[in-house]
Design a protein. Sequence first.
Length: 200
Amino acid sequence: MAVLVGKPAPDFTAKAVMPNNTINDAFNLHDHIKNHYAILFFYPLDFTFVCPSEILAFNKKIDEFKEKGAKVISVSVDSHFSHLAYKNTAVSKGGIGDIQFPMVADLKKTISADYDVLWDSSIALRGTFLIDKKGIVRHQTVNDLPLGRSVEEMLRLVDALAHHEEYGEVCPANWNSSKKAMKPTSEGVAAYLSAHADDL
């Protein structure tokens, strides 16, 4: 698959269902995320199995993403009509309810193809992309269909990117915002490992 890390996030303009349930006929990724971090995540289909759990998990944390200056956008190959029906279906009936981030309709499958997550020319795999404030992809993962992703991990990665940008430090294994980071020098590595190797 294509490695997009370090490259500009492929831009797109498409129909999207917005948080207030209006339809934006010309939702543009770069315009929407300008000067923000962004989590762009792909899922296979509306009204399926693992997908609603992920969508609801992202929505549950939407205020935390906002506090970190990050916007969340979802994409699937469904139409905007399907997205709206999905939102208008109660969670108890297999829907997702009042989701508070844009849901992009990739009916022509070009967005999924541009991000190289299109599977068997039919649906998107569970691709997740962290985009920085300059529109550069800084992280990507792709899960197979049965494997739900970790929303907590995406929050952690936003924190790690923000920490690196602010302090110039790098974030070692299992780092979170309550832990020490590392200076990117030989001395910094030695100092960090001397103090924290046993905690890894």
